[in-house]
Design a protein around this ligand. Structure first.
Ligand SMILES: [Zn+2]
Length: 229
């Protein structure tokens, strides 16, 4: 009997040690970003909060959401129903709440600050019904998702902010073409400029991504997750 109890305590301790190690590992792993393909991104913050941007493409909708951001109303950006698991208090913020009467809003969520910025500005995307996002995570790490857009006036101002990661649409079909995307990336001048939404109908096009010729380029293939630092 005694032996069995001791054995039980030992196994429990090992189990607890194991859990402790796993928790420490996830806390130490820092924020990360999964490029799901097309215009879809998933961020897991250092606190373990899960942010989806423009759900639609690819895989990786299994993690319970804390925040879902939608830049505009086109169906390749609004598939929020893909995210079945949502934590208590999960918020969905779309361009409708983020841009009212010409005013771009900022949402402070504690684990992240989410600022709506100008987007659209082309014949397929009305600037009054589209936003991009600048997301600031703990430690000041910033991620800019341009949303479907052509060049905007605000990009020059974004260039003053030393942004960390900036995603630019570059499909040249519904939005700005590659040359304009390169020009925008130079204006915003983030530490890492990343092409996305480059080939509507497919997740990613490696040959087209190569044409995004900017000095601080980072190419993330669809389905790849990077650490944010
Ligand atoms: Zn789109």
């Amino acid at each position: 009997m005694m032996k069995r109890t001791l054995c039980g305590i030992l196994s429990l301790s090992i189990l607890l040690l194991g859990c402790g190690a796993a928790a420490a590992e996830s806390a130490a792993s820092g924020p990360r970003l999964l490029y799901q393909g097309h215009g879809s991104l998933r961020i897991v913050t250092a606190e373990g909060k899960v942010i989806y941007i423009d759900p639609y493409a690819g895989e990786g909708y299994d993690l319970p959401a804390d925040l879902i951001l939608v830049t505009h109303g086109h169906p390749d950006h609004t598939a929020v129903d893909l995210i079945k698991n949502r934590n208590d208090g999960c918020r969905v913020i779309t361009w409708k709440e983020a841009l009212t009467d010409g005013e771009y809003k900022t949402f402070d969520l504690g684990y992240a600050s989410v600022e709506a910025v100008q987007a659209g500005n082309n014949r397929n995307h009305d600037i009054r019904e589209c936003v991009g996002w600048v997301i600031t995570l703990a430690g000041g790490i910033t991620v800019y998702a341009s949303g479907d857009t052509s060049a905007t006036d605000q990009m020059a101002e974004l260039g003053e902010r030393d942004l960390h990661y900036a995603f630019f649409v570059c499909d040249g079909k519904f939005n700005m073409d590659m040359d304009e995307a390169i020009d925008c990336a130079k204006r915003v001048n983030a530490r890492h400029s990343i092409p996305y939404h480059m080939a509507p109908g497919s997740l990613f096009d490696p040959e087209r991504a190569e044409l995004f010729d900017v000095p601080n380029r980072l190419i993330i293939p669809a389905g790849e997750e990077i650490m944010l630092e």
